[in-house]
Design a protein around this ligand. Sequence first.
Ligand SMILES: N[C@@H](CCC(=O)N[C@@H](CS)C(=O)NCC(=O)O)C(=O)O
Length: 216
Amino acid sequence: MALKLVIGNKNYSTWSLRPWFFMKNLNVDFEEELVYLFEEDTNKQLAPYFSDSKVPVLVKGDLQVWDTLAIIETLTDMYPEKKGWPQDFRARAIARSASAEMHSSFNALRNALPMNLRKRFADYPINNEVQKDIDRIVSVWEYCHKNASTKGSWLMGDFSGVDAMYAPIVMRFKGYDVKLSGFAAEYCDWVANNPYMQEWVDAGLKETQVIQEDEV
Ligand SMILES: N[C@@H](CCC(=O)N[C@@H](CS)C(=O)NCC(=O)O)C(=O)O
């Protein structure tokens, strides 16, 4: 039975990008259903899903998995051969910690720098709270890189769930001209140049819907 991923606007929806990027990079076959958020018929379109009118949702037959981390964990259960998390126990624990921190933290950054692929700001003003989040993310990335169990340009060497979790952060850093150096700068270029990221961005840039809340 075909897998389906229900997502929101590619221009704005960071939570949708995460599992989409995960599935694409792991070569998981799926169809996508895109529901534009905050439109008149959004709630109606999301009514069949048990997700409180939110995206993403992974659908397999009568099974629905809502919430990004649960989707990544479920896909890793479904396709163990695709190695969605690092194989090494220690690296896996670190990747999961960084992923869980992304899921539960960085509210200042999330509020001040919403993902909006249409916008590119030069020297965007960054307040202290947002800078603290940026500094923490950079140190999490460096910690992952230092503890990677395989060689490669992703956070833990090979691609894994933690790269999917931080993919929208990369696009925020690019969009708001966040100044980075060393591994963080190289990592952002690596993710932004990933062909699936480029596919997502190209599609996002074709959208015309506007979510006022995410326009700074
Ligand atoms: N914690 C959830 C967050 C899901 C979420 O907030 N999704 C946003 C889109 S990025 C959404 O559906 N917003 C629509 C709404 O809040 O009505 C997850 O990890 O999937």
